[in-house]
Write a protein that binds this ligand. Structure first.
Ligand SMILES: Nc1ncnc2c1ncn2[C@@H]1O[C@H](COP(=O)(O)OP(=O)(O)OP(=O)(O)O)[C@@H](O)[C@H]1O
Length: 342
């Protein structure tokens, strides 16, 4: 029998007056997955997360969390989900441990389990030793985020949703949050909304890209690469007349495009090449390039497009499709002028 997915969303839409924040959003997140929910500002990430967490209702469509319909049973869903909102507001004058106990009581953690539940969440978030009795107002942004995540973990939710957990953090703090998310892998289903792409790429098993309220791509990084940026890429370093590299390749019948060129110094350049054929390991390139006397091939290595490039390609495609649809949709007939009554 198939396992019930942690999150299942069908044709979910939400209007705010004339603004369509999300339109017919569909996706599934399976148990134990770490999924990145990506989109530019205003794409509809927070709206989707808030509907899933039962704090905002949908205008139409449905969402199930752990097999429970959010619209019909938002209270039960709140027990299954730990939600860390964007810019998580925290009381500056409380101590970390006091605040988490307060939040655990609100989440109806039984009194006899309160101490143990708070301790466990603090340990996972590395707060127990260092920040347990600190006043929240004195904490760094990274530690404040940890408090937000510890709060979301209270009451052992099945799913944790974090809205922009690394925003405004320095690289050390980001690394700390990344480790924390790695620790959650296998224990919970994790959904992270962000527009910080390298973070998502490192942390997540799968990515859902949303743009202007619609899901425009979903899959593993590899699946998205194959769909949006097919072909193989190689990073090569040449010394000499590097400007004729393109000519050298086309003269040898290799269908390659130079998609990036960086000058290392006067004589040396690094080039990123895209080869249309999927079945090339680069040996053909080495043969062709090392034969030429105008330059020397110093190095060659395969390289993958970044999630940022995939994201740009996916959102660009959705823009183009929207524009194309506008042009091909039947236009309303111009209104007939009212007939004169004379
Ligand atoms: N309460 C609201 N009232 C009116 N419009 C809203 C409201 N909440 C969101 N919107 C609009 O809905 C759209 C989607 O917003 P949402 O906050 O979900 O995007 P987001 O992807 O989370 O963006 P960001 O990364 O900037 O947080 C935006 O156009 C936003 O202005």
């Amino acid at each position: 029998m198939e396992e019930t997915p942690s999150i299942h969303v069908r044709n979910l839409s939400r209007q705010f007056g004339p603004v369509s924040a999300i339109q017919n959003v569909n996706f599934t997140v399976n148990k134990g997955e770490v999924v990145g929910f990506l989109g530019p500002n205003g794409a509809g990430k927070s709206t989707t997360m808030r509907i899933l967490s039962g704090i905002l209702s949908a205008s139409s469509g449905s969402a199930w969390v752990g097999g429970i319909c959010v619209a019909q049973n938002p209270h039960e869903v709140k027990r299954k989900i730990g939600y860390m909102p964007e810019n998580n507001p925290l009381p500056d004058d409380m101590r970390v441990v006091e605040y988490l106990r307060f939040r655990a009581r609100l989440k109806e953690v039984p009194g006899r389990k309160l101490r143990e539940t708070v301790q466990e969440a603090m340990e996972i978030c590395d707060l127990a030793r260092t920040a347990r009795r600190k006043i929240i107002g004195t904490l760094s942004k990274g530690f404040r985020q940890r408090v937000g995540i510890a709060d979301a973990l209270l009451g052992k939710p099945e799913i944790i949703i974090m809205d922009e957990p690394t925003i405004g953090l320095d690289p050390h703090q980001i690394q700390g949050i990344r480790k924390l998310i790695d620790n959650l892998r296998g224990k919970l289903t994790v959904v992270i909304s962000s527009h910080i792409l390298p973070e998502i790429e490192r942390c997540c098993d799968r990515v859902i890209v949303i743009n202007r309220g619609r899901v425009v791509a979903a899959g593993t990084s590899q699946e998205l690469r194959d769909e949006f940026i097919p072909g193989n890429r190689f990073l090569i370093e040449l010394e000499g007349a590097t400007e004729i590299a393109g000519l050298a390749l086309s003269e040898s019948g290799i269908d390659a495009a130079i998609i990036e060129e960086t000058e290392v110094d006067e004589k040396r350049s690094k080039l990123v090449l895209r080869i249309e054929s999927q079945n090339t390991d680069g040996s053909e390139l080495i043969k062709v390039l090392s034969k030429r006397s105008e330059f020397t091939l110093l190095s060659l290595a395969p390289c993958e497009p970044t999630l940022e490039e995939i994201f740009l390609a996916a959102t660009k495609r959705s823009w183009e499709e929207t524009i194309e649809k506008k042009h091909t949709d039947p236009q309303p007939e111009p209104e007939k002028p009212a007939e004169a009554n004379t």
